[in-house]
Design a protein around this ligand. Structure first.
Ligand SMILES: *Cc1c(COP(=O)(O)O)cnc(C)c1O
Length: 322
């Protein structure tokens, strides 16, 4: 079976993103290295435009619209980083965007999405089906629906994070990647296995939301209920039809970390590296820093996927964990 993306797609995405996405820094920490006995390279996508790697996939998808698609614009349903990524990419490319968000989404997120110039359409998550609403709006207005992870252009865009990390850090023995629906890890694994065939690629999910780990073990996509975890960017219920085959082919394993381990890692980033990282963004780092897998003596790449968290929630999580 042919996979949805190849390394050439990631190189093409990197060319499209040049001048639009930040080339985010790869940071190191002596404390982290001493703590783990490894050499850790943190790819800081919390410092990406709009605060997460999702800008890469959104921009790569919208940049490939035909003239007619551009005129009508893009539509997305999301309450998270994908919404803001589509809104910002649409603004930069000068096209309209509609974002379908739940009525009870954090007001700050709704405001941020409107602030990027998108039209926000609110729905009631208890009585309305957002996918049906998104499809209806798309067909009524002739807009192109871009899903958050299960799309080849989105997956290829996300893979540019690993491409840049390997260009900057050099050889790696291990790459740790946060996993929600698998867009980020499918792109990153495609880049890593092409450039460094011996590099192991390990996904990290929240303990409560280990659907991709279950899927890998079962050999088919497993669906779960919305997991209770502070890692809101990884509350997906199942991997994608396109992402899962890539994960099966290229990802060596998927491990899990607890919410308590995520909060300790948030605190480490804040205290030691002066980085604000959202809970989901800590998944990969937590696996290394909390000793979930052996890393001693290895060169380890870590994708730090995002930093969008409001100040009150950030403060509360850090305080509660003391
Ligand atoms: C979306 C998201 C993820 C998960 O990405 P997938 O492509 O769905 O696996 C991880 N971290 C952050 C910050 C995100 O916004």
């Amino acid at each position: 079976m042919t996979l949805a993306i190849s390394f050439a797609d990631i190189e093409a995405a990197a060319a499209r993103l040049r001048g639009f996405a930040h080339r985010t820094p790869v940071m190191t920490s002596r404390t982290a290295d001493e703590l783990t006995g490894a050499k850790l390279f943190f790819k800081c996508e919390n410092l990406q435009k709009m605060g997460a790697f999702k800008f890469r996939g959104a921009f790569n998808a919208l940049a490939q619209f035909t003239l007619q698609q551009r005129e009508k614009g893009a539509i997305a349903y999301s309450s998270g980083n994908h919404a803001q990524a589509i809104a910002l990419a649409a603004r930069l490319l000068g096209m309209p965007a509609v974002i379908v968000m739940p009525q009870d989404a954090p007001p700050l997120k709704i405001a941020a999405t409107r602030g990027y110039g998108a039209e926000v359409i609110l729905y009631d998550r208890y009585t309305q089906d957002r996918e049906a609403l998104g499809r209806q709006l798309a067909s009524e207005r002739g807009m192109t629906l871009i899903p958050p992870y299960d799309h080849p252009h989105v997956m290829a865009g996300q893979g540019t994070a690993a491409l840049e990390l390997i260009e900057d850090a050099g050889s790696l023995d291990l790459l740790l990647v946060c996993v929600g629906g698998g867009g980020l890890i499918s792109g990153c694994a495609t880049a890593a296995k092409h450039l460094l065939p011996a590099c192991r690629v390990i996904g990290v999910e929240p303990e409560a939301g280990n659907d991709v780990q279950q899927s890998l073990r079962k050999g088919e996509i497993v669906h779960i209920d919305v997991p209770r975890t502070i890692a809101d960017g990884a509350q997906t219920q199942h991997a994608g039809q396109l992402t899962f085959p890539v994960i099966q082919a290229l990802v060596d394993d998927v491990l899990t970390v607890s919410d308590a381990q995520l909060v300790r890692t948030m605190r480490f980033f804040m205290e030691r590296m002066k980085l604000v990282v959202e809970p989901t963004g800590c998944l990969g780092a937590a696996a290394a820093l909390e000793g979930v897998l052996p890393v001693r003596g290895l060169r380890v790449g870590v994708i730090v996927s995002g930093g969008n968290i409001d100040a009150e929630r950030y403060a509360r999580l850090l305080l509660e964990a003391r």
